[in-house]
Design a protein around this ligand. Structure first.
Ligand code: NAP
Length: 376
């Protein structure tokens, strides 16, 4: 062993069962290796990775855009002037949405936080204003799992007189136990896809008016996930969207995230056909430890959640990096006019073959319209 470093674990009662953690650089068959050692309930666990420098090099390797896995939202928007733009960010109370709000506001964008918990939204707004006194932020109530709430939000927004240049469909839940929304639709599909689908449709006229009158282009950014690859085998279970007997919480999350990419794809096609100056793209933000994981029943106990938080600090993105791709797709000049694409680490990327299926995208569009008609 050439070098040794020890880390204290932050945490309360349960986390103290992770007794210690340290990293060491060692040699394995002549190659440098980063060894991470921790002790769980007295059981010693040892993970071996290529030397940390190699990991750091891989994470820092830049793609065609000049940005990488490690780039932060501030870095990808440096020197971009967002003054005069107005954005809606859904799910802006925590994680990626809160950081997206902060960085867009820092660049001069007027941000409307669309949140289901208005008190939490106001707290985030106050924290941002403490850091950026000139920030322009409003908080509006929006529960994406309720058709009535989405309609009410859209009515209020459309009659507020605010323009709309950027719509950032970020809010999400992950791997929840089976539940139907108020409108009788499986909750992850209802929240992650259908609520955003309706919201986008209801705000589109305001966006079109804005781009026509302000001579600036509109962008719709849909936060999906690499987990779209874990959707059910057929992708979207059109005939069994509410079938509890077949429900798998991760496949249902994957299904809703696949729907996000297909939504962006079909929307981009329609906007191009109409000749409107609005683009639609989707993205995977990376893996970041946020509140999103709290919904998973495996993480109910503080122990596993603590373990993931602890290990996550070493191998996952932080929230500043997690918001980078969203902010890049929303603001960067390189993305001007680009539509129907999927981004990862602030670079164009390839989703699964199901996510590229134009027929499936159109079928999902028609299915979403019919579900909403049923819930009227
Ligand atoms: N974190 C990751 O590793 C990761 C990876 C891939 C994709 N993503 C995607 O990134 C997006 C943001 O997730 P995050 O990691 O930042 O998670 P997060 O910290 O849990 O944030 C999710 C946000 O969505 C809001 N939300 C949930 N249900 C809602 C509803 N019915 N109506 C309105 N808002 C609702 C939450 O509001 P409350 O505060 O009221 O709960 C919260 O503000 C999600 O779409 C997620 O699928 C995340």
């Amino acid at each position: 062993m050439q070098e040794e470093q020890s880390f204290e674990i932050e945490g309360d009662g349960d986390l103290n069962n992770i007794a210690f953690l340290k990293t060491q650089i060692t040699e394995c068959q002549g190659n440098p290796r980063q060894v991470v050692v921790f002790s769980v309930f007295g059981l010693r666990i040892c993970c071996c990775f290529p030397r940390s420098n190699s990991i750091m090099w891989l994470m820092g390797r830049k793609g065609a855009s000049g940005f990488s896995y490690s780039s932060t939202a501030e870095e990808v928007t440096q020197e971009i002037d967002g003054n005069g733009l107005t954005a809606i960010v859904t799910g802006a109370t925590s994680g990626i949405g809160a950081e997206t709000t902060r960085v867009l506001a820092m660049r001069g964008v007027h941000v409307v936080m669309a949140v289901r918990n208005v008190t939490a939204g106001e707290d985030v707004k106050v924290a941002i204003l403490n850091e950026i006194p000139a920030a322009k932020i409003d908080v509006f109530k929006l529960d994406l799992s309720s058709v009535a709430s989405v309609r009410k939000f859209a009515e209020e927004y459309n009659s507020s007189g605010h323009p709309l240049h950027l719509l950032i469909n970020n809010a999400g839940i992950m791997a929840t136990p089976f539940k139907l929304s108020k409108d009788g639709i499986e909750l992850q599909f209802a929240t992650n896809h259908l609520g955003h689908f309706l919201l986008t449709n209801l705000l589109l006229d305001t966006m079109k008016k804005t781009v026509n009158s302000s001579n600036r282009k509109g962008r719709i950014v849909i936060v999906s996930s690499a987990a779209h690859r874990f959707a059910y085998r057929e992708g979207i279970c059109f005939d069994r969207i509410n079938d509890e007997s077949r429900y798998n919480s991760l496949s249902a999350y994957g299904q809703s995230k696949l729907a996000n990419i297909l939504h962006a794809k079909e929307l981009a096609r329609q906007l191009k056909e109409e000749g409107v100056n609005i683009t639609a793209n989707s993205l995977h933000p990376g893996s970041i430890v946020t509140n999103l994981l709290h919904h998973h029943r495996l993480l109910d106990g503080k122990f596993l959640a603590g373990l993931i938080h602890t290990i996550g600090k070493f191998i996952l993105k932080n929230v500043q990096q997690g918001a980078a791709t969203t902010c890049y797709v929303a603001l960067h000049g390189q993305v001007e006019g680009v539509s129907g694409e999927y981004f990862v680490d602030s670079n164009k990327s390839m989703p699964s073959s199901l996510a590229k299926d134009e027929v499936l995208a159109k079928k999902l569009w028609d299915f979403s319209v019919s579900l909403l008609a049923d819930s009227e």
